[in-house]
Design a protein around this ligand. Structure first.
Ligand SMILES: O=P(O)(O)OC[C@H]1O[C@](O)(CO)[C@@H](O)[C@@H]1O
Ligand SMILES: O=C[C@H](O)[C@H](O)COP(=O)(O)O
Length: 933
């Protein structure tokens, strides 16, 4: 018996399948429909692929094989899967296309629904899909939105078959038909053929009734009920009347004579949603010549079973008009409804794409295995709920796309969009791999590399140097980001200036510390190798046009590597600022980016927040900070311990402002559950193979009492580059959740101004402004804007920290040499204070932290209790061309810092150690007593 579906074909209507699925096609389902039901086309949309790919394992083999061949973005991974189905469908329909001489036999694939409101990217996507599938019976689906119409016209003019989707109103359809005709005329004008250009205008039917019927039900009157289930069909019938009118026009006839094919009206959304209606309602009522009905499988089955064919589309046109008039009289607002349906249609396809891309992104990460760093989170229920809310808000607002598009509305709507050059840097696009490889070769003739820079210009390179180490035969890296005379001397004593490559690194090129360090080491180098020769051992890394660039040119530096002004210092590690020092110690930068790119792909605009490693972490950090868990406590495994110093700057400078933000807690030994309040998030950064079982037991104990624990796992330390990307994105996202601009650092600047004023005064007078200690004994002198009461050092220290309350943190700001013994004593001090007061502790060596965590201490939450530590330097170092020595500069920095901290409402106390050698030990002992009982 002939299939009832074939009778539609006999009535001039093409039967298309509104469904794609690999299992179905692999089982020969599509071929069967072609052979038995006269099927002549296929449509797909994001919802269809979401159902096919997102909920099945049929695509897993291909995805795994594709990823094994080459990693790629989520969108490309998805497209490869979808395109394979579309190509297979095109090939199945190809005999139909050939038999009907290009009049039918088409398969449609839709451009990304995220582009529905953007003309140029839609055109680019249409051209890309057309070229990739490379089959004449492909149709690219473009929404008939206002921005879609010019894209439709341009794509058609370029010879691409177009299925115009999401048409609801006759007015929108008229514009689309006009675009089709204009495109054909343009081709004729250029002498190009038009006979094999095909287009359909997909008019959505059932969705209109879905909304209008609700309004009818709300009215509840009999006259309203009389048009229930009739408006969508009437609307479609009148659209067809317009088609007939235009087809009869002389303008169209002229094109038809040249072989033009009509742009057929395609009835889409023809599955019946309201069970009260016939399951073939939107087929039986819309049958007419030169049209298409694309049906979901259930509708097709129903029609095959009991559908009746008649010439329905052109019958009862008067009735259709009456229905439309009645709809207007009843105030059903069809124009408003259809306009809203376009918006909702775009949104619902975008929602489907979120879910589809999310499913692909999750599988991609699963299949990548240990090629991508692992991530898991154990969160208490309240935080978990807040994180889910933040992720959903980010998804709804399209933040992953906004971020990459530089749309500042996800932050404060300020100039954030101008600071996103680090995204391209994460893809390896800021550096010249060949130039870096050449530098790496050249550097092999040196024994040491000394990097002079601050904050973003030193911390990333230092982390790379410490974690990855120099290649065999390449020099060792010394990052110097201090004015501490002891620290400067340690580096100066460790190297032979004649056998050292110096990298002076400063984005602004005017930061005081690298400027002074450059003066000092340039003079030492000139002394060692002779005037005029020193420059050949110096490399500058700086943004174009900086003062450092000019100085480097003047002094004949061997190379100048240029940064990107749209990247802030703390986001610069994957640009020349991190990669030049990395190359100098022999790291294969191109190889390094192979693993970095895997993370860059994972956090792209096409990875929805819930499946995006950067957003997952960022939402946790942001939601936690908003809920008062603002002390991000890093628990690294031994090899990864250096990572925190880079991370601290990123988090603190980016989020710590306007009294809000995240206070990073690095290098605080892990304690027991009783040592912590409810203000922490622990992030365990683990390198597989690193031994840290004691910490694991402690983390388990913390987990058991409901402390939030995030775990990030690296299979290989070479994958550390992925963490730069993850945390950069996460920080930008956390900034958005917290509601600040993550790319400025307003409060750091104030400390710099204070310091500069003190130094300028010194350069004039030869001394710093006098200051008076409020208490002094043999070991210590105490200074503070507001003296702390107490008869001795222990009492003063005790009183200072006695102000601690839950949620506060203690900060130890040490303007002394950063070396092992000092680090150990500071660690001991931190543990004593934490355990006594149950508060978080942070520590920084000055002036290094000024260009890093200093921002959050000044601009972030006002719950810091700071103890600044200065000392009498045993030995000072003069700076060529300056009256002030390094020791004086450092003291001025400490004083400027204290003043600004106090002016921001933080609790501050400065202890000046009289003896550099024994002073810190004496302080640790005094604090031990002060924190007992
Ligand atoms: O690279 P530059 O311009 O010398 O800046 C160094 C550091 O100083 C800061 O501006 C803070 O003082 C950081 O943001 C930056 O990384
Ligand atoms: O081209 C087909 C359309 O995308 C589809 O018919 C929409 O149908 P729906 O309204 O059932 O989602």
């Amino acid at each position: 018996m002939t299939s009832r579906l074939k009778t539609l074909g006999e009535a001039g209507q093409a039967v298309w399948l509104d469904f794609v699925d690999r299992k179905f096609m692999d089982a020969g389902g599509l071929k069967k429909l072609v052979e038995e039901d006269g099927l002549t086309g296929v449509t797909s949309n994001p919802s269809i692929f979401e159902k096919a790919i997102g909920h099945s394992d049929a695509y897993d083999d291909q995805l795994q094989a594709d990823l094994a061949a080459a990693d790629t973005t989520v969108e490309s991974a998805y497209e490869a899967l979808a395109i394979k189905d579309i190509e297979d469908a095109c090939d199945t329909l190809r005999p139909v296309y050939d038999r009907l001489d290009a009049k039918d036999g088409y398969v449609s694939i839709e451009v990304s629904p995220y582009l529905a409101m953007d003309t140029a990217p839609t055109i680019a996507a249409a051209k890309r899909l057309w070229a990739t599938v490379d089959r004449p019976n492909l149709m690219v689906k473009i929404p008939g939105t206002d921005p879609g119409v010019p894209a439709i016209e341009e794509a058609l003019t370029a010879g691409i078959n177009i299925n115009v989707t999401l048409l609801f109103s006759i007015d929108a359809y008229k514009k689309v038909l006009e675009a089709y005709i204009a495109a054909l005329e343009a081709r004729v004008a250029k002498g190009e053929p038009i006979d094999r250009i095909a287009s359909v205008a997909s008019f959505f039917v059932s969705r209109i009734d879905g909304v209008i019927d609700k309004k009818i039900d709300a009215l509840g009157t009999d006259e309203a009920k009389a048009v229930r289930g009739k408006v969508a069909i009437a609307n479609a019938k009148l659209a067809y009347q317009h088609y007939l009118e235009v087809s009869a026009s002389a303008r169209w006839q002229a094109l038809a004579e040249k072989g033009a094919q009509p742009q057929r009206l395609l009835w889409a959304s023809t599955g019946t949603k309201d069970k009260a209606y016939s399951d073939v309602l939107y087929v039986e009522t819309l049958i007419g010549r030169d049209t298409v009905n694309t049906m979901p499988p259930a509708t097709m089955d129903a029609f095959r079973d009991h559908g009746e064919t008649s010439n329905s589309l052109v019958s009862d046109i008067d009735d259709a008009e009456k229905v439309m008039n009645e709809a207007e009289r009843l105030g059903l607002d069809l124009a408003g409804v259809t306009a809203q349906l376009v918006v909702d249609g775009v949104k619902s396809f975008a929602d489907a794409a979120d879910s589809l891309y999310g499913a692909v992104a999750d599988k991609r990460i699963k299949f990548l295995g240990d090629k991508i760093d692992g991530f898991s989170a154990d969160l208490p229920a309240d935080l978990d709920a807040a994180v889910k809310d933040a992720i959903e808000k980010a998804r709804k607002d399209g933040w992953s796309r906004k971020l990459w598009a530089g749309d500042a509305s996800m932050w404060t709507g300020g100039d954030e969009g101008k600071w996103l050059g680090w995204l391209a840097a994460a893809r390896g696009e800021q550096v010249d791999f060949d130039a870096l490889a050449a530098l790496g070769q050249e550097a092999r003739k040196y024994k040491d590399v000394v990097l002079l820079g601050m904050g973003g210009s030193s911390l990333g390179p230092e982390v790379i140097g410490l974690i990855l180490g120099s290649a065999s035969g390449s020099p060792k890296l010394h990052a110097l980001d201090s004015t501490d005379p002891g620290q400067v001397a340690t580096v100066a004593d460790a190297i032979d200036p004649a056998n050292t490559l110096f990298i002076v690194s400063s984005k602004s090129g005017s930061t005081m510390e690298p400027e002074l360090l450059r003066a000092y080491f340039f003079a030492r180098c000139a002394q060692a190798v002779g005037e005029g020769q020193a420059g050949s051992r110096f490399v500058a890394v700086t943004d174009p046009g900086s003062k450092l660039e000019a100085a480097a040119k003047q002094d004949g530096f061997a190379h100048i590597f240029y940064g990107d002004k749209t990247i802030g210092g703390r986001y610069s590690v994957l640009s020349v600022f991190g990669m030049v020092p990395a190359a100098a110690i022999g790291i294969d930068v191109a190889g390094f980016f192979e693993t970095v790119k895997t993370m860059a792909h994972s956090v792209g605009p096409d990875a929805p927040p819930a499946s995006n490693p950067g957003f997952q972490l960022g939402a946790i950090m942001g939601a936690a900070a908003v809920a008062g868990r603002d002390k991000l406590t890093l628990v690294p495994s031994p090899t990864l311990k250096p990572f925190g110093s880079w991370l601290e700057q990123l988090l603190a400078e980016s989020t710590g402002k306007q009294g809000k933000g995240i206070v990073p807690v690095d290098l605080e030994p892990l304690g027991d559950p009783a040592d912590y309040g409810n203000d922490r998030v622990f992030v365990h950064l683990h390198l597989e193979g690193d031994e840290m079982s004691a910490d694991h037991a402690k983390l388990d104990a913390l987990k058991a009492v409901g402390q939030p624990i995030v775990t990030i796992t690296l299979a290989d330390k070479a994958d550390i580059g992925q963490e730069f990307v993850r945390w950069e994105i996460a920080t930008a996202v956390a900034g958005a959740v917290i509601g600040i601009d993550p790319f400025d650092q307003p409060d750091v600047e104030d400390a710099k101004i204070q310091t500069r004023q003190l130094i300028e005064a010194y350069e004039q007078s030869g001394h710093l402004d006098p200051e008076t200690a409020f208490f002094e004994d043999g070991d210590f002198a105490f200074f503070a804007p507001k003296p702390v009461a107490g008869g001795d050092a222990v009492a003063i220290l005790k009183a200072h920290f006695a102000t601690a309350k839950p949620g506060d943190y203690a900060g130890f700001l040490a303007y002394i040499e950063r070396e092992e013994k000092h680090e150990a004593l500071i660690e001991q001090i931190r543990v004593d204070v934490r355990d006594a007061h149950k508060i978080a502790t942070v520590a920084g060596f000055g002036p290094r932290f000024l260009h890093s965590t200093g921002q959050a201490y000044k601009g972030g939450p006002k719950d810091g209790i700071f103890l600044e530590i200065t000392r009498e330097p045993a030995q000072d170092i003069a700076i060529p061309g300056n009256r002030a020595s390094f020791g004086t500069v450092q003291l001025a920095q400490a004083r400027g810092d204290l003043d600004v901290l106090a002016s921001r409402g933080q609790r501050v106390l400065r202890v000046h150690l009289k003896d550099e050698k024994s002073g810190l030990q004496a302080l640790a002992s005094a604090l031990k007593v002060a924190t007992q009982d």
